[in-house]
Design a binder for this molecule. Sequence first.
Ligand code: PLP
Length: 392
Amino acid sequence: MRNAIAAVGGPPIFERPLQIVRPVFPDANKFLAPFQAALASGQVTNGGYWVLEFERQLSEYLGVPTLVFCNGQMALMTMLRAAGIERGEVIVPSFTFAATPHAVRWCGAEPVFADVAADGSWCLDPDDVERKITPKTVAILGVDAYGIACDYTRLTEIGRRNGLRVIFDSAPSFGTRVGGRLVGGFGDAQMFSFHATKAFTTMEGGCLCTHDPELFARAKAIRNFGQLADGDCDEAGINAKLTEVCALIGIEQLKSFEQAALTRRRAVARMREGLSKLPGLTLASAPPDQDPIWLYLPVFVDEREFGLDRDDVAAALARENLYVRKYYSPPCHHMRAYAASHEISLPRSEASAFSVLALPVYNDMTEDECDGIVQAFLEVHHAAPRVKRAFG
Ligand SMILES: Cc1ncc(COP(=O)(O)O)c(C=O)c1O
């Protein structure tokens, strides 16, 4: 990393590109022997030994019965189905990854978009959820944006009071703690993604957690084509099973995950300290009782104060070899798939989606990398008038 002042125009701050994700996988030698044994036995999927062991370890770690899936989206769709959601309206945030409303649509229901809260968490606003409830509403689907837990308590209370299912798309938040407790057992059910972009990854994968035995049993059947123990099917299920090799990777990941979580939190604290000194940048913050896993560190750019708009900042950072992303942009209610929602007004979601930059946070992030990111923003800010001319 270069330790310089006039970076914009000079050599980049980072010698090698800093990409938005840098997954850390265990050394293959650590699970090669059991994997070879699984291959030799022919039992490589369909609830093999390591899948069951991974589920046992996850259930113990999270403190809630857990089923693993081949990816997060299958866990999400199965969770909706197993909660009985097949028609009607489901209230979701618009400021999320498109996977959230898509899953609702695939289950036969329609997403109704609500705004995000003004508390700095960038998660679903319970007050707006309450305003969006109609006789057609069947569920509230909160999302843990960037790994920050949405307001489980208020959303659950609103749901219970209105006779609605309350479920959480916690795809990014495996490892987040609320009141000291790992998330996973809140609401009627929660799911996580173990995609390679996530802090806890099995390459592709995911899981569903619930304390509801009926929802659990139904989800388990749906995951395997809807088949029950006697071979009969109560409903049309799907194939959403995880393989043995992914389970073995997950078991290895779990051993070092607390250390990874600590590294991520320290990295965010360090970047936050440096970036908060710059004008025109707002950083997401979690409610005081939370310790998010921080999938990314979202930063919202105010063009007037910072000197450049979000898109120019991203382009200028790329010249420094720092590759940030515009997550989550555009807001889902502006997507062509949701044309019927284009006219609704969600001011905070819209403002956020068009000013946000997601910064990388890694399981093995170094202090130098954190300082380099702060320095890159500092120099882009100082060079803003020049950068504006160059891009203009
Ligand atoms: C909010 C959200 N929901 C669902 C998913 C789907 O998870 P997966 O990619 O594991 O299918 C993602 C993926 O990143 C996500 O961000």
